[in-house]
Design a protein around this ligand. Sequence first.
Ligand code: NAP
Ligand code: MG
Length: 501
Amino acid sequence: MTASLKSPPQTGIDDFLQRRHELLIGGKWQPAASGATLEVSNPAIGRVIAHAAAGGAADIDAAVKAARAAFENPTWRLMSPRNRAALINRLADLIEANADEIALIETLNNGMPLLGARHFNIPIAVDLARYQAGWAARLGGETLQPSLPGEWHAYTIREPLGVAGLIVPWNVPFAMAVNKVTTALAAGCAVILKPAEQTPLSAVRLAELVQEAGFPDGVFNLVTGTGAEAGAALVAHPDVDKISFTGSTAVGKTILAASAASLKRVSLELGGKSPVIILADADLERAIDAAAQGIFANSGQVCAAGSRLYAHRTVYDRVVAGVADRARRLTIGSGLEPTTQIGPVISPAQQTRVERYIESGRKSGAEVVVGGNPLAREGWFVEPTVFANPDPKADIVTEEIFGPVLCAMPLETDDLDEIAKLANSTTYGLAATIWTRDIGKAHRLARRIKSGGVQINTTFSLDPVLPFGGFKQSGIGRENGREGVESFTELKTVAVDLNAY
Ligand code: NAP
Ligand code: MG
């Protein structure tokens, strides 16, 4: 733990917070055309701490024009992959150099514990950016052998898609924005970033660092604002070639429908209701720690959170008691306190939503093992809560809560098909976790599970090389790995008849 984390660097941050945050369009900072602003709150105290521009359709149109011009400009279009990578790596260096400040901004705006932001979220953003930078010089096609008459030279090339709209949510604002931005830029696109209305601040700081890194004007544009205005205008704009969206399944569906008009490419990283399966022979201490971490970290506001726990009947009581015990011992509080393990949820709306689910769980007859009570303190906090033996059809089991609420259910069978059926019994398919010492069984179960990710004997496997995304209603497409960067490209096939001239 560094000294700066014990006493966060408040100077500089106060200036930053009080600044009138603007939009970055074509290299120029400017207020929203309408002059409108958003109130930005600190969820740990439940009070407004800053204001940001509320961009609308006119600002989106200006940003798309700037991005299009930058995309067509030879300075960016013909920049060598090595120089593109160098710019992204310079951005990564700047993020690293400013990590204390960015972590503090993230904690004040999102509520996450500062130590986690400083030692986990911001370093992950740096790591992702450096990984994506490496793709700039690695994208390419292949040579192909047609069976057409004569002699042929045929090959494919990967070209950047063009102008990409990047829409991110509030739960891990900085790392998600950095990942989408650097992936798109590595592919050679020009981008418009639209952060969540609740968390524009770390995106503003990112935009300043993008400028400092020296990207050509208009290659990166920031339009803060609401989803209903700025977000919808970005999705509807006919000159945007791709939307990369992370957020709720409901909004993802409206984006897919709205993109049909211009046949935009769409990548969707949506919600989940991910199962954690603990078989009888699992390393229980590790599994219990990980299960608690997997649902309570970031106050459960994680798309891949393990929110359905299935433990074999023979270990069920021990697992439920163990997770409940860990929930009880978690220190809840402001992310600025070094002892805090669980911060607030993002907004009063989210707090009410989670509390309603807890109420509905109680009414459906599920047993509250721990938590479930309102916390009498300022800010928007929710107690870590564990339900046991819920009705499998209850809302708390089938719907994404996006809060620190776990549903624990016993596995009454050893049959892998039966277990997979339970794991697959949702409309989602983002992540699943399996705990067992029987490695053959683990892989056989992994094959039977319908989700974009399966983690065995670990709860966390986020790494830039690992493609991430959902089956079913958890999304379309993958981020990270080769698939992630290729989703910002078009494939062109060139065929030459070598006998023609
Ligand atoms: P959300 O309402 O879907 O918002 C996500 C982003 O979309 C925000 O920037 C939002 O702006 C914008 N938006 C809203 N309506 C829009 C529209 N009609 N057109 C274009 N953009 C629009 O989700 P959220 O409540 O912020 O985030 C929580 C959800 O995200 C959860 O369901 C969670 O599972 C999911 N999530 C998924 C992943 C993943 O990788 N799979 C990661 C994180 C979160 P506003 O801020 O104005 O609403
Ligand atoms: Mg929203």
